[in-house]
Design a binder for this molecule. Sequence first.
Ligand code: NAD
Length: 284
Amino acid sequence: PATVIDGRALAARLREEVATQVASMQEPPGLATLLVGDDAASEIYVRNKRRLCTQVGMRDLHRHLPADVSQGELAAIISDLNADPAVTGILLQLPLPKHLRADDLLALIDPDKDVDGLTEASAGRLALGKPGLRPCTPSGVIRMLDSAGVELRGRHAVVVGRSNLVGKPQAQLLLERDATVSICHRHTTDLAAITRTADVLVVAAGVPHLVGADAVAPGATVIDVGIHRTDTGLCGDVDTAAVAEVAGAVTPVPGGVGPMTIAMLLWNTVEAARLRSAATAAAV
Ligand code: NAD
């Protein structure tokens, strides 16, 4: 049976690393989380991010705005946060209420404070291989592969899903590491025939148990990004119990990619502080 890559333990170690770096900084970085309205799931996500932000010694600069905040008001708040030297990172929690245009608001975030790595500027930097802040979930996946000792150079990595949040940046990050990358999506013909050729398979399709044992090569590393609430608990896009009989390594749901995503957000906030001090030093 496959090795299980323990995302919880890795995330805890990464947070310790972040805490050590924060402790060595003159000023603790500040993470501004913006929550609009009262979506229950978003409230839980933001609460977790804030709790861990405080735990690693960073400043928790949270703003909770009413559901009827206007586009202009929110834009003005983002501009203030961009200009505020105490704010190292800005996270606009999605989804936003329907009357707000999320894309236009994300575009206002200073790319050097874009700790979610989701703005056009950050996506452009990633596409061009320039330094910048990378999206948390796919960069957390790369960390997991590294810590499991999975070789990427020259290997066939297959990504299932092409969202701007996960699939697309995942493919680019794997490419940056010299993997040969295939991207599958909802129009792919014979998905299993392609995933069976993967040395490394990252599944981010949002379909419960999309990938079964017949879709995985013996010894492959299978990373499950999906997360679904069911009557019997959480499950992912991979039928982990079945796939673990074939694969070399798998990630569990829960306790896999999820905890790594938040740890990477904290890591990105420290990275944002580093990018800024490098920019300041260059300007002197
Ligand atoms: P999305 O819905 O934006 O994108 C899904 C992608 O999968 C699309 O590109 C689509 O073409 C592809 N797809 C859909 N059905 C398919 C099929 N049958 N075969 C092949 N491809 C198919 O979703 P997303 O935002 O990328 O998230 C994907 C999953 O990951 C969701 O379950 C989400 O909840 C989860 N997620 C988890 C974390 C985490 O931290 N663990 C973070 C982000 C997303």
